[in-house]
Design a binder for this molecule. Structure first.
Ligand SMILES: Cc1cc2nc3c(=O)[nH]c(=O)nc-3n(C[C@H](O)[C@H](O)[C@H](O)COP(=O)(O)OP(=O)(O)OC[C@H]3O[C@@H](n4cnc5c(N)ncnc54)[C@H](O)[C@@H]3O)c2cc1C
Length: 417
């Protein structure tokens, strides 16, 4: 089933009886050429590109819950390519280019909206750092504009410029940044993978990884044993637990990140804004809700809900930046489990076990990475060699110290990235 204007029109005129489910609900087979553990954004895009780019169609995605139930359906939907360090910048640049063609590629409306992202700065030092970042982005081929205070005021007149506790000095504007509808991205990739023959097996938790003589042989699941010579571990916040099934101890800590949404309001915030003096960022959804969030809860946890101290911190930062937000009523809040790496950058790499591949460490920024992560992970699983855009995402950098990508400059402390 392809979506088109004609299809929508004819379905509308004939009682909408011709729509079919987006993907099949198959029973797991006894054996696949490749298994992807985790039906989040990264797992689904990996399966999609395995089939599309490498012709591997005898593939299964094993998801312990339902498609879109993890972080891919819990994030605040920001898509951007404003990374500074080599290794990260070309990867996220590649990802943004894939985003720009994604709806056409998937024949699915993921509501990708390039409404522009503005990172505010509040001191001369911050201005210098953002100027350097902007130059790095431009050198990478992406877009960046350094705005002064008046430039920001013109675009975002509702911020507190006159009585602010942290005066706004300006902002780094990234016009191609924006948002996309998070669960539609999961559904679009799921549908695309299914159409190419990939089996999406929901309610199927991987409980063991079978390894013989240093080679992966398959997995044990709540729906029986499944054999495969290639297994990709793509489970985000659960990475340490699932890797432990293969006897691996990962340098990953899991922390909760919360998000908040208000009641629907008339359009007021056209861009994505991030505050430079506190942990706060905000955009407005197409339904009108103000969608905002801040930093991770500082303790390690697998509970998919956060705590009040961070909620208070986020609200305070929002009030400091735009006091008008105090009039809006918060409708919902939720949390997701972040796979925090020691340097804040991800891992897409083979492991010491033959046929077992690892994709993790996305911290709180993995949504924007979904297309490029799947693209590069599929390349790694299909060819056995790292993709050039993910060549720096090696696991052994945490052992050797070589090639660390500490984008935030905060040192090897998971909860500060
Ligand atoms: C509140 C919040 C805000 C965020 N905001 C942004 C943002 O604005 N921009 C951005 O770029 N990123 C953001 N992120 C981060 C982003 O959502 C994640 O980095 C990314 O979604 C993680 O990859 P994923 O989609 O594959 O994860 P998930 O969707 O969590 O997928 C992993 C899947 O693995 C499954 N799984 C786990 N264990 C097993 C098992 N044993 N067997 C089978 N399946 C298993 C899980 O059920 C899950 O569905 C945010 C995250 C949160 C929580």
């Amino acid at each position: 089933m392809r979506f088109s204007a004609l299809k929508i029109l004819t379905e509308g005129l004939t009682g909408n009886k011709g729509w079919t489910p987006h993907w099949r609900d198959p029973e797991p087979k006894a054996e696949y050429d490749a298994i992807v553990i985790g039906g989040g954004g990264h797992g689904l895009s990996t399966a999609y590109y395995l089939a599309k780019n490498h012709g591997l169609r005898n593939v299964a995605v094993l998801e312990k819950g339902y498609i879109g139930g993890g972080n891919v359906g819990r994030n605040t939907t920001i898509v951007r390519a404003n990374y500074f360090l080599p290794g990260n910048s070309e990867f996220y640049s590649h990802s943004l280019k894939l985003w720009e063609g994604l709806e056409e590629d998937l024949n699915y409306n993921v509501m990708h909206s390039q409404r522009g992202l503005i990172n505010l700065f509040h001191s001369d030092g911050q201005r210098d750092a953002f100027a350097r970042r902007g130059n790095a982005m431009i050198n990478q081929g992406d877009d960046a504009i350094l705005l002064d205070r008046d430039g920001v005021r013109e675009i975002l007149p509702y911020l507190d410029f006159d009585n602010a506790r942290f005066p706004i000095y300006g902002g780094l504007y990234h016009p191609r940044g924006g948002t996309a509808r998070h669960d539609a991205v999961a559904w679009g990739y799921a549908r695309g993978a299914d159409q190419r023959g990939v089996d999406l097996i929901q309610n199927c938790e991987v409980t063991g990884i079978d390894i013989e003589n240093g080679q992966v042989r398959g997995v044990q699941t709540t729906r029986g044993a499944i054999r495969a010579k290639k297994v990709g571990l793509v489970v985000a916040g659960r990475s340490s637990q699932v890797a432990a099934l293969a006897g691996m101890r990962l340098p990953i800590e899991s922390h909760v990140l919360q998000a908040f949404v208000t009641e629907g309001l008339k359009p007021v915030i056209d861009h994505v804004i991030s505050f430079g003096m506190g942990h706060f960022y905000i955009s407005q959804s197409d339904k009108g809700g103000l969608v905002f969030g801040g930093d991770i809860d500082f303790y390690a946890s697998y509970a998919q809900r956060g705590n009040l101290p961070m909620a208070e911190h986020v609200m305070e930062a929002g009030m400091a930046l735009m006091p008008m937000i105090g009039k809006a009523r918060v409708l919902r809040s939720w949390g997701g489990i972040m796979d925090m790496s020691p340097d804040g950058s991800p891992v897409i790499d083979a492991t010491h076990i033959d046929g077992l591949f690892l994709n993790c460490g996305w911290c709180y920024g993995g949504f924007k990475a979904v297309p490029a992560s799947g693209w590069c992970m599929a390349h790694l699983m299909a060819t056995g060699t790292p993709h050039e855009h993910a060549a720096g995402f090696r696991l052994d950098r945490f052992e050797t110290g070589r090639g660390l990508m500490d984008e935030e400059g905060t040192g090897a402390q998971h909860n500060l990235h």
